[in-house]
Design a protein around this ligand. Structure first.
Ligand code: 4NP
Length: 157
């Protein structure tokens, strides 16, 4: 069993998109019993809220349903539970590093860094137009494949 937490700022745009896309991929590969998935935000502004309607609509167009997801804040206790904590951008990563226990044995890093994408950060689409949400999906779909390959390799060790 491997446990994955996706983290952005608000947990209403990028990390729920990653959560939903990765969950769909894990289900398609028949690995749902092997991988636990959640998402969280470094900020608390949107705790309890469903994903942003623009993120939900863009995901649904690609067959990914985010409607069951609700925002929560990332906490230090997450490091005791998750093997992979995937930050969407460098700001999220530095916030996570500030609460990461010194003895954390898992993988804390940028989600896109696991892939061969030239981009290293998933840009915040919140204040932009609909194209930003499609770009988030494009990046997250590629990085999800890379993350699941990495997890599959670790499970086979
Ligand atoms: P997310 O996007 O971090 O991808 O969920 C944002 C959501 C809300 C805000 C900023 C980014 N906000 O400032 O409220």
């Amino acid at each position: 069993m491997k446990r994955v937490l996706f983290v952005c700022l608000g947990n209403i745009c990028r990390s729920p998109t990653a959560h939903g896309v990765f969950r769909s991929l894990v289900e398609r590969r028949g690995m749902a019993h092997l991988v636990e998935i959640d998402s969280a935000g470094t900020a608390a502004y949107h705790v309890g809220n469903p994903p942003d309607h623009r993120a939900a609509a863009a995901a649904l167009k690609r067959g990914v349903d985010l409607s069951d997801l609700r925002a929560r804040q990332a906490v230090a206790a997450d490091f005791a539970h998750y093997d992979f904590i995937m930050a969407m951008d460098n700001e999220n990563l530095s916030e996570l590093k500030s609460i990461c226990p010194a003895d954390y044995k898992g993988h804390l890093g940028l989600f896109l860094a696991l892939s061969s994408l030239a981009e290293r950060e998933v840009p915040d689409p919140y204040y932009g137009g609909p194209a930003g949400f499609d770009h988030v999906l494009d990046l997250v779909e590629v990085a999800s494949e890379a993350l699941l390959d990495r997890i599959a390799a670790e499970l086979h060790k």
